[in-house]
Design a protein around this ligand. Structure first.
Ligand SMILES: [Zn+2]
Ligand SMILES: [Zn+2]
Length: 178
């Protein structure tokens, strides 16, 4: 499986420009002056984009891995989607409208963008969050257990045995035993 790399500086520039273009179009459509929104590429996980306000700063966050995998699609859908959240926030205020309500839908229609799709994509090839593992040993090798199994053993609800040597698994450090 090919490992996806996040988009680089030149593609990020295109995304920032596309974002500014939609803000510009909204300014013309609504005859209002919207200061440019901050754009970051620090979003992870299944969502391609997110708009949020934190401590008075309005930020659109994009997922640079999902943009790398579906670049054109994200330019056409995710960018206007997030800009429409930003503009409807500026015009109405986030608390007074539903996120994907009629105001947002109208703006997406004015953008000529597809409002019917939620921006979720398959994540094959994109490095996922690595879950914490707990080291155990038997008589022949080391076993890295999931948190669920680790907790079951710690709570004395379950014992796990090595399939090769048949010995019960014990914590590698020994310190976490109660
Ligand atoms: Zn949305
Ligand atoms: Zn073993």
């Amino acid at each position: 499986m090919e490992i996806i790399k996040p988009i680089g500086i030149s593609e990020q520039k295109l995304v920032v420009e596309a974002t500014a273009d939609y803000v510009e179009r909204a300014q013309q459509l609504l005859g209002a002056d919207f200061s440019q929104v901050t754009v970051r590429f620090d979003l992870k996980g299944k969502a391609a984009g997110m708009y949020r306000v934190r401590q008075g700063e309005r930020v659109i966050r994009y997922n640079s891995y999902l943009f790398a995998k579906y670049f054109d699609d994200n330019l056409a859908v995710t960018v206007p989607h997030e800009v429409a959240h930003y503009i409807t926030d500026m015009v109405y205020g986030l608390r007074r409208i539903r996120p994907h309500g009629p105001e947002w839908k109208q703006l997406m229609a004015d953008f000529g963008a597809d409002a019917s799709r939620t921006c979720s994509y398959d994540l094959d090839g994109i490095p996922q969050r690595v879950y914490q593992r707990f080291p155990y040993r038997c008589d022949c090798t080391r076993h890295d257990l999931t948190a669920r199994r680790h907790n079951q053993i710690q709570d004395r609800k379950k014992l796990y045995f090595c399939r090769q040597c048949g010995a019960p698994l014990a914590p590698l450090s020994g310190k976490s035993e109660q």
